[in-house]
Design a protein around this ligand. Structure first.
Ligand SMILES: [Zn+2]
Length: 432
């Protein structure tokens, strides 16, 4: 009996030792300080962003609503504001987008920098004019300031600046901007087609990503530039139940509304969409958690081999953004049934928006929905699908992005600068 107790104590001590050792070795990756300083005309950069914001390039699914003049004048802005880029690059319009090609000494391993210049429409009350491009001591205000006229501006300004210094590029560089990203338009696909047809195999592709945020992780007060390496998928489903219509004075036991409600409740209560720490989330934790000032947090994240259930529990309790990182989410958004309260519905529908985590597909989700609702009389209609992306490899190429500093950063041989200036308007790009 004693041996059993000794054995258990031994194992327990060993586990504690492993946990503590791993926690103490859980150190942040520290980056070298920027060596070079660049004499950048910061006011010009801000003014350029402001000018871009002032052009109301709003995307609408209904193409008739799109202000073509705004899109035209945005392209004109790109021509007029950047004479050196236009002198050195070939310019092409693809779909609603534009593609600049800057020839380097080699056409091998080209870099592709992406952004989009369309924005979503304006809703709610704004303190500043969404298309005013106001600049104050801290911010540049307006629709698209973050998503993504800021990164577009950073790319263009850094290129123009590079050319003003007589910069030559070692490798080819492509700058690709879409004008219909917000409506999942064709342009992005057409760009990819163009690259494939012309045998252009990018070494690195940088697109829209997260922002620069504070307090995104417990115990980490530093500003964090979030580089996306994967993106969740997206699916809109419409569920419809049918029933006989008629007058509400002689109702049947169930109508389309109650049949559909049961399905909605089942879906809302299900835990069929399991929490998973995907590789991209793991990388996020491994990068951020060592910076945490809290020993407990560091201990938990240094030892996910034993604490994964604890992390999942924390995610479940806190919900919101944290929980969404781990799982496919579903949001019930629209509903329709009878037009009048005293008329029985012949059908009732509900719209559900899914955000699919990497590793899961739309087909998996539909299968799960069927399994949960267990009612073949409910019609499931797929309205829109965009599958989750694959996850970018975090390798040496990613290292270039990872070492990029706030302020000025090197990307291959290109200077991409982001204005620190305490103006939290810059944007670190998604790494596809
Ligand atoms: Zn965007």
């Amino acid at each position: 009996m004693d041996y059993v107790i000794y054995g258990l104590v031994g194992i327990f001590t060993l586990i504690i030792l492993v946990i503590i050792t791993r926690t103490l070795n859980f150190k942040p990756i520290l980056y070298p300080e920027m060596r070079k300083k660049y004499d950048i005309d910061e006011l010009r950069v801000l003014e350029s962003l402001s000018q871009k914001i002032k052009i109301p390039t709003i995307s609408y699914l209904d193409s008739k609503m799109v202000d073509q003049k705004a899109f035209k004048s945005f392209k004109e802005h790109l021509k007029n504001r950047y004479p050196l880029i236009n002198e050195h690059a070939t310019y092409k319009e693809i779909g609603t987008g534009v593609l600049f090609h800057i020839k380097g000494e080699s056409d091998e391993e080209p870099t592709v920098l992406m952004a989009h210049f369309d924005v979503v429409s304006v809703e709610g009350n704004w303190t500043f004019d969404p298309f005013g491009g106001d600049i104050d001591e801290t911010y540049v205000y307006g629709r698209g300031a973050l998503d993504t006229k800021s990164s577009l501006n950073a790319i263009m300004e850094s290129l123009e600046y590079s050319f003003s210094l007589g910069k030559k590029f070692k490798n080819d560089l492509y700058v690709s901007f879409s004008g219909e990203e917000e409506i999942y338009g064709e342009t992005q696909h057409l760009m990819v087609e163009y690259f494939k047809e012309n045998n252009i195999n990018p070494y690195i592709v940088l697109d829209e990503g997260g922002a620069i945020v504070s307090n995104m992780f417990p115990g980490v007060s530093k500003k964090v530039a979030v580089v996306g390496i994967a993106e969740k998928g997206f699916m809109n489903l419409k569920l419809t139940a049918y029933s006989k219509g008629g007058h509400a004075s002689t109702p049947p036991k169930d109508t389309a509304v109650t049949i559909l409600s049961k399905a909605v409740i089942k879906l809302n209560n299900t835990n069929i969409f399991k929490l998973k720490i995907t590789s991209s989330v793991k990388i996020l934790f491994d990068t951020l958690a060592p910076f945490s000032k809290s020993f407990a947090i560091k201990m938990i994240f240094a030892n996910l081999w034993i604490f994964t259930p604890v992390v999942k529990l924390i995610a479940k309790i806190s919900g919101g953004e944290l929980l969404s990182m781990f799982k496919t989410t579903q949001a019930f958004t629209t509903s329709t049934a009878s037009d009048a309260i005293n008329v029985l519905p012949t059908s009732a529908s509900v719209g559900i928006n899914y955000r699919i985590r990497p590793g899961e597909t739309s087909a998996d989700v539909i299968k799960k929905v069927r399994k949960v609702i267990r009612n073949n009389n409910i019609e499931i209609e797929v309205l829109k699908i965009s599958e989750a992306t694959s996850t970018s490899t975090v390798d040496n190429v990613f290292g270039i992005v990872r070492h990029a500093h706030l302020g000025v950063s090197f990307l291959t041989d290109l200077i991409v600068f982001r204005i620190s200036l305490n103006r939290n308007m810059c944007h670190v790009s998604r790494f596809l």
